[in-house]
Every structure is written in structure tokens, then in C-alpha cells.
Design a protein around this ligand. Structure first.
Ligand code: CDP
Length: 219
């Protein structure tokens, strides 16, 4: 069984997807972490983030691994980059890399290979492109204001001070880039269940998705 969770930045996908996977005993795959790790490597090598051929070539000589479990971890060529990929520089650069067609082609293939078996996968194009056959599809949203509040809190917990206004501006820009790209844009699949999390707790969102999964399993 496959569970696809998509939505804009700060909608709570990763937190919720991870908890749903734990409850179901499924593998959790954070596809955003893959785009982020590749972006981090490109930045370290000083590559222009919009150079499709150079970044596609970089991907060919890159090893990406995700460890699921109580502590999800992301490895870039064997190095644990779980913290580094959440830094503001990567937040700002990742949408440029994610807009490159050859990069998406490579990562989507990798994600489809990883999705053999029971999985919960989160991202932007999971229900539309990566796992169009997923039994459960959810599109999470929340108001921009609430998403910015969550992101500012998340960054503060990592010791990075960012105002709510700044967080709001950055999220809005990233959403715009993600929605407007030609390949695999951020978009709700026609058959995805739309869930607005603005006034919901994490626990409520998890329960709602679990009940969708239960229904799908019974069907
Ligand atoms: O956690 P947050 O919602 O801020 O972002 P993320 O899920 O880690 O994704 C980071 C970025 O990767 C997004 O802004 C997209 O540009 C890109 N991404 C994508 O293009 N396709 C995916 N399936 C997942 C992420």
C-alpha cells in the first residue's frame, strides 16, 4: 500500500507523514530531503543552481540514502546531512534545483525504486507523478500565515532567528516557484483528499490520514 502526501512548504507534511508511517509500520520517504541534499552538494561545489547539465551530472556522482525509523536521517555520499539540509541557504536554493527537468527525472526514478513495499512518501508531485497509483492521496494545506509561524518556530528551535514576516516572504516565494515550474509542479492530484491543517493539531491530522488509510485497506 502506498500513501502519498503532498502540499506546500510548512504545511506539516514531513512531521505528519513520519508519524503516519510509524503508526502503520510503513517505510517513510521524505523526497524533499533528496532535493535538499543535492542542493547542498551543488552549493558546496559552487555550481550555479540553475545549470541543468551540471547539476544532472552532479546527481550521477551522488549517493543519496534515507534511513527510516524513530530517527529519520539523510545521508549524502555517506555523510549525515540531516541538519545541514534544513539551513536557510538550502531553503532558498532548493526550488531552483527542483525545477530542473533532468534532476526531477533522476530523482523520481530513484523514488519509485525506493517505494517498493508499503510506504508513506511526502513531497510536491507524489500523487501526480511519482506514485499516481497510490491508494491514499492527501494534499495538506494551511494558511500562509500559519505555515510561516510554524517555519519560524522550527528554525528558532535550531537556533536560527527569523521573523515571521521573513519566513512568510520566503515560503511564498518558494511556493510560487514550485507551483509555476513546468515539470512536476506543486499541484493537488484530482483524486487527492484536501486537508486544511490551519486549525488542526498534528495529532488530529495524523488521525484523519490514518482513517483514510483504514478505509482504503478495507476497500
Ligand atoms: O519541508 P518543506 O515543506 O519546507 O520542504 P521539503 O518538503 O523539504 O521540500 C523542499 C523543496 O524541494 C520544495 O520547495 C520543492 O522545491 C522541492 N521538492 C520537489 O520539487 N518535489 C518533491 N517531491 C519534494 C520536494
Amino acid at each position: 500500500m502506498q500513501v502519498a502526501i503532498d502540499g506546500p512548504a510548512g504545511s506539516g507534511k514531513s512531521t505528519v507523514a513520519k508519524l503516519v508511517a510509524e503508526r502503520l509500520g510503513f517505510l517513510y520517504i521524505d523526497t524533499g530531503a533528496m532535493y535538499r541534499a543535492l542542493t547542498l552538494k551543488a552549493m558546496r561545489e559552487g555550481l550555479p543552481l540553475d545549470d541543468e547539465d551540471q547539476i544532472a551530472e552532479l546527481l550521477e556522482r551522488t549517493r543519496l540514502e534515507l534511513k527510516s525509523g524513530p530517527q529519520t536521517r539523510v545521508f549524502l555520499d555517506g555523510e549525515d546531512v540531516s541538519e545541514a539540509i534544513r539551513l536557510p541557504d538550502v531553503n532558498r536554493g532548493v526550488s531552483a534545483v527542483a525545477a530542473l527537468g533532468k534532476v526531477r527525472q533522476g530523482l523520481v526514478m530513484l523514488q519509485q525504486e525506493m517505494a517498493k513495499g508499503h510506504v508513506v512518501m511526502d513531497g510536491r508531485d507524489i500523487g501526480t507523478v511519482v506514485l499516481p497509483q497510490a491508494e491514499v492521496k492527501v494534499f495538506l494545506t494551511a494558511s500562509l500565515k500559519e505555515r510561516a509561524r510554524r517555519r519560524a518556530l522550527e528554525l528558532q528551535s535550531r537556533g536560527i532567528e527569523v521573523s515571521q514576516e521573513e519566513a512568510e516572504a520566503q515560503l511564498a516565494l518558494r511556493d510560487k516557484l514550485d507551483e509555476s515550474r513546468e515539470i512536476g509542479p506543486l499541484k493537488k492530484a484530482d483524486d487527492a483528499y484536501l486537508l486544511d491543517t490551519t486549525d488542526l493539531t498534528i495529532g488530529q491530522v495524523v488521525e484523519e490520514i490514518l482513517s483514510l488509510c483504514k478505509k482504503a485497506m478495507e476497500a
